[in-house]
Design a protein around this ligand. Sequence first.
Ligand code: ADP
Ligand code: GN1
Ligand code: MG
Length: 370
Amino acid sequence: MHQNSAFENLEAVASAFCLDGEPEEITPYGNGHINDTFLLLCRKGESEKKYILQRINSAIFREPGALMENVANVTAFLRKAIVEKGGDPDRETLNVIKTKDGENYLVDSQQNYWRVFVFISNTVCLEKIENPRDFYDSAAAFGGFQNQLSAYPADTLHETIPLFHHTPSRFEALRNAVKQDPMGRAGMVRAEIDFAFAREKDAHVLTDLLEKGELPLRVTHNDTKINNILFDASTRKALCVIDLDTVMPGLSLYDFGDSIRTGASTGAEDEPDLSRVELDLSLFETFTEGFIKGCAGSLTPLEISLLPMGAKLMTYESGLRFLTDFLSGDTYFKIHRKNHNLDRTRTQFKLVADMEKKWDEMAAAVNRCR
Ligand code: ADP
Ligand code: GN1
Ligand code: MG
């Protein structure tokens, strides 16, 4: 990402924000698939202060100003709730640093959108679950996040990506990509396309229930993969839910499912060796227990009984999205190797197939947690 001309003058970008000290070092940071993230180190005399500098992906988030309004309002809301609980508002939520003009973001001369957050130090960000305790904690934190936001005025939130978890639309996007086949790749992924098409009916299950009013619309995170949570490195407790770009009205099952597909898989999202990818039932149960606890009695009986469906559909939907991006020439998710999006597709579909095999055991695990 260094070759990108948008990154030639990072120091000038950083200097537009209200920083404590002078920018000293700016280095690429983290493993996100969407934004461009940098660690920004500032110095003031002997002391140093760290920030996260990010270029918002405005090809994906078409209205970065509206997005930042959501992020600023949601973090201010969370800050207040954390203070009331006696927590540490500088570490338990993201904190937006304003520009010297008092804005939540900066637009540079090339129409790049930039923002700065306080860097939360002494934390661990996991790409894969290392022990069940961490997963339980992350479940309670994501459930708690949703629960905390139940009092948030949902109608003031902008929809940062329309139809983000509308699985039928994701299905249609795949159908289109297969039809257009702009890169001539469809021939090499016939098996994956057939797998996706065979499950068209599933794509409608949750959206139908939402439309019928049987599932409640809540304020949800919508991107609860496991590297969107920071653990305190000293206490090893789930500390802060990050990556708030997709906080929008959604279903609790989206947040549950996205964590399961990343945290309860025995392999990484892009593991090329599929023999290493399956659903870990014990981790599934651990997360279920933590999530229900975090939601503190707010989940309806129907939501609870649909948790396995949430897990399967979020995994299926991710597979649809990776496959669509592979067919479209890898324009959405950052890739780091050839066929990266295909590897990602395959892990998701392998997991879906494994969940189908383990369906009764998943349901039994949920029942034990009620
Ligand atoms: P993306 O949308 O591209 O996934 P994220 O907002 O998730 O971007 O940030 C990418 C990575 O940067 C995270 O996975 C995490 O490791 C790190 N990160 C983001 N914000 C902070 C923060 N405030 N403090 C410390 N690390 C952070
Ligand atoms: C993206 O931003 P990041 O890397 O946390 C994506 C998610 C996908 C995920 C797949 C805005 O998440 O929806 O599930 O990649 N975010 C957006 O790894 O599309
Ligand atoms: Mg992220």
